[in-house]
Design a protein around this ligand. Structure first.
Ligand SMILES: [Zn+2]
Length: 495
């Protein structure tokens, strides 16, 4: 498995581990678990109050190239500024089959925090909610930017004499019709046929084709989002399509799009990064091999065992152990448990709302109010009016900016309601145990770690104080002799 290391150093934290120290632990962890380090991303001496992390963003972007399957950090708090960011970026990486691993687990991670993050991450993925976009939202709310900048407008819009973008009532119904046809399941060809039969043209005056329909169905301007140089301004335009219809169509289109080539081999082993050898604590990773009869077998093997046989853990059949973990995990999902977990997650979300940055902004706002008050007092005592008035106006502007930033900070952390979380978790009760995606989501959300012995396993869950010990009485399925194992030595039996 290929991994990259992300390290970050905040100059304002006294107990901070140095970059070199972080790297050392990460390399050690990678070596122990048989991972190949293929890259380093390092953000040095960055103050905790800013979020300027160029290397971090480069790492996220590089994820698209699918050259690595995991990001290794010294400690999970190195990965992101807060759990919301963490959940968002993790969901983003996961789309490329990439996980985040911590070299120093169980030291700073409290179980319920991990669960909350897992749930937020799952929800971010499940609802395709781009939390990071919400952060950007409002950042630059500037009404002036929502004016037409010239060039071609999307179908359904026109410009008034003051360059304001308005709904064009002649063509907006066409846009609505296109969305509705697509949502009702009609094909691109159906839509094109309909439009051409009615002599409706694109905003460039051409006949419609697949590309132009695609562009319309993907255009966020129809839900009122004005985009300019990568900045999105919600409600910057009059809306033509409802959010419900728009996002329904996005989901349908995403599903039709061919799934990207993923790091398949890694991803299909749903316990990767969670399954550990009970005897030597090293990771157990997936291997496959072909038997004499030509049947392909999949296993998890202790990496120490694979490396030098100094650990005697037997290899275990992938299907067997995964089924067992799925079965055990589903036992957690009682109505009472889901209710309890949902409440706990929402409570933690509320608690985490008061981030350092928000506290700092609120403090600045208080100072601003005090300063303004003093200026008014000075005014009353008869000091030079012009100068004071100028400074009051400055303070007022500063105050507006602070309030804006506080708004952004608060809205970037949308707290889900108990009902929303409960709804999300309830999906897991109904899921199809044979669906790979479901199995993966179940493990990702609830399972923290599994220690596997030859005769039992201990599953640690992301819910507080929750674990189960399972006796394993049948490992016979792992005793198939391999004749060839894809470049890897056949697993030893060690009976
Ligand atoms: Zn071992």
């Amino acid at each position: 498995m290929n991994v990259v290391i992300y390290a970050r150093y905040s100059s304002d934290r006294q107990t901070e581990q140095s970059i070199e120290g972080q790297l050392k632990e990460c390399y050690e962890y990678a070596r122990r678990n048989g991972y190949a380090v293929v890259g380093e991303y390092i953000d040095r001496a960055i103050s905790g109050t800013t979020d300027h992390r160029p290397e971090f963003l480069r790492m996220i972007a590089d994820g698209d190239k699918k050259l690595f399957q995991a990001v290794l950090v010294y400690q999970l708090d190195r990965f992101a500024r807060n759990r919301y960011d963490s959940a968002t970026y993790k969901a983003k990486l996961k789309k490329n089959g990439i996980r985040v691993l911590s070299a120093r687990e169980n030291i700073s991670d409290d179980a319920s925090g991990v669960l909350m993050e897992a749930v937020l991450e799952g929800m971010a993925e499940y609802y395709s909610v781009e939390l990071s976009q919400k952060i950007r939202r409002g950042m630059d709310i500037n009404a002036e930017k929502c004016l037409s900048t010239g060039g071609n407008l999307a179908l359904g819009f026109c410009v008034d004499s003051e360059k304001h973008i308005q709904i064009d009532w002649d063509t907006a119904p066409v846009v609505q019709k296109i969305f509705e046809m697509y949502a009702s399941g009609q094909s691109m060809a159906d839509i094109i046929r309909y439009l051409n039969a009615n002599h409706i043209k694109t905003s460039y005056g051409n006949e419609f084709n697949k590309n132009s329909i695609n562009r319309i169905l993907r255009n966020k301007r129809y839900i009122g989002i004005y985009t300019y140089r990568g900045t999105e301004t919600p409600d910057g335009l009059p809306r033509i399509i409802s959010d419900d219809l728009f996002y329904e169509v996005q989901d349908m289109m995403d599903k039709k799009k061919k799934a990207p080539a993923r790091a398949k081999a890694f991803e299909n082993y749903i316990l990767s990064t969670k399954l550990f050898c009970g005897y030597c604590q090293a990771a157990m990773t997936g291997i496959s091999g072909t038997s004499k009869t030509g049947t392909k077998y999949h296993y998890y093997q202790c990496v120490t065992n694979r490396r030098d046989k100094s650990c005697h853990k037997k290899t275990v059949s992938k299907a067997y152990i995964e089924d067992l973990v799925i079965k055990e995990t589903r036992k957690l999902l009682t109505k009472e448990n889901i209710d309890r977990i949902a409440k706990e997650v929402v409570r933690l979300c509320e608690q985490e709302k008061d981030t350092d940055n928000l506290k700092r902004l609120k403090k600045l706002l208080k100072e601003n109010e005090r300063a303004t008050e003093n200026l008014f007092k000075a005014l009353e005592s008869g000091q030079i009016v012009d100068v004071i008035a100028e400074r009051i106006s400055q303070k007022k502007q500063e105050r507006n900016e602070l309030e804006q930033q506080i708004l952004v900070e608060t809205s970037s952390h949308p707290t889900p309601t108990v009902n929303e979380v409960r709804f999300f978790l309830n999906q897991f009760r109904k899921g199809d145990v044979n669906d790979l995606k479901y199995r993966q989501a179940l493990v990702d959300t609830f399972v923290n770690k599994i220690y596997l012995y030859d005769d039992k396993m201990t599953v640690l869950y992301n819910t507080q104080d929750s674990h189960s010990d399972v006796t394993i009485d049948d490992l016979s399925s792992s005793r198939v002799v391999l004749v060839e194992a894809g470049g890897v030595e056949p697993p030893s039996e060690n009976v």
